[in-house]
Every structure is written in C-alpha cells, then in structure tokens.
Design a protein. Structure first.
Length: 216
C-alpha cells in the first residue's frame, strides 16, 4: 500500500486563512538523554514555505540535518533557541523543562509570533494562541524546522562536552542511555552535566552510597 503523503503546510494554511501571519513552530530535543540540556527551537517560516527534505528531525540522517540547519536559519523570518540545563531539569522535571525551553526559544526570536504550534506541548495562560499537535514534527513544516534546529544545536553542545570529557564518548551516543554509555557511566561515574534524577544515574549514586555505608 502506498504511504499517504502528509501536507506539512496544512495547519499553517488554515491559520493563514484565519488571518494569522507570523506562525511559529516550536519543538525540543533531548528529553531522553542522561546528560546535557534539553534544547528547544522556535521558527517562523515565510508563508507557504517549502524546503526539499525537511521533515521530523528524527526521520533525517545527521548529515541531512546538518545540511538543513544553516538553510532554515537563513531563510526563516525569525528563529530562537532555548536551553535548559541538567540542574534545572532535576529541579522541575523534564516535561516542565521542555516547556520552559520552548517558551524561552520563542522569547529569543527577533520577531514575536501571533500563533504558536507546538509538538504536543500545551502552554499555560500564554498571551497568544497555542495549538499542541501530537506528532507535530511530522505534520507541520514549522514544527519540523524547529525540530531540526533543536536537534542540531543539542548535538553541537554534546560535541563540546565530548571534547571536555572524551572518555565518556558523548559524540557517539549524544548522552542517550546506550549499552556503551551505561558501561562508561558505571566505570567513570557522572559529571556535573548529568541528570541526577534519571534512574540509571540515580541508581548508580544510590549504589555508591550503600557501598560507602558497608565499608565505613
């Protein structure tokens, strides 16, 4: 059976018809990793924008995301990035941190939008209309563009961490709990950039504390 093609402009077109002009898509990257920040991007694209190959960042190769990254930034009417670090993630939880990063990304845009499309994230008492779309990064071109900017920005942050701590091999796993990452975490212990409320990190710390009690 032939896969149905999704019109990535469907939500935007409907909003254009309602009179909205500056439609912002926002998405985050990095909910699942054990280390590093959650990063969000917000993007306002030109009306009826098209870019070959643009889709949900999770469906794209790293090479393709890197190629689209500068094009989206150059051709967008406005874009912004929001970054919430591991310490805040531990304080407020990853869901709230993701929302904070999205709202920060919108605030960091050079132009304020008049409508916001999010990837399934509701905003509380926001001053402009917000529509959360489930699987929005695969259904809206604005959210798809934001997903690429967020993912590539976060990857670059992980490359910087990799240079700082090469023994953790962050470049390879980007902080996600792969088998190799968990092996290295157990061997080396967490740095300050880890999310200490995440189970594999928390379990490791608890195990260390038990061992200290046994040998003290």
């Amino acid at each position: 059976m032939k896969k149905m093609e999704v019109d990535l402009l469907a939500y935007e077109k409907e909003l254009y018809q309602q009179g909205y002009k500056l439609i912002c898509g926002t998405d985050e990257a990095g909910r699942g990793p054990l280390v590093g920040p959650v990063v969000a991007a917000a993007v306002i694209l030109p009306k009826n924008y098209h870019l070959d190959g643009l889709n949900d960042s999770k469906q794209l190769s790293e090479k393709k995301r890197e190629a689209l990254f500068p094009v989206i930034k150059q051709e967008a009417i406005a874009y912004g990035i929001g970054i919430v670090d591991a310490k805040v993630i531990d304080e407020v939880n990853i869901y709230e941190a993701s929302r904070m990063a999205m709202q920060e990304a919108i605030q960091n845009m050079q132009i304020s939008p008049d409508y916001v499309l999010t990837d399934a994230m509701p905003f509380k008492e926001y001053p402009i209309p917000v529509l959360p779309i489930v699987h929005g990064d695969a259904l809206s071109i604005s959210i798809a563009a934001a997903s690429v900017l967020a993912k590539v920005t976060r990857d670059h942050i992980m490359y910087e961490l990799d240079q700082k701590y090469p023994e953790y091999e962050f470049r390879k796993h980007k902080g996600y709990p792969t088998k190799r990452h968990l092996e290295l975490l157990k061997k080396l212990g967490p740095t300050k950039d880890y999310r200490f409320t995440y189970k594999p990190v928390r379990d490791l710390i608890n195990e260390g504390e038990k061992n200290e009690e046994v040998y003290s």
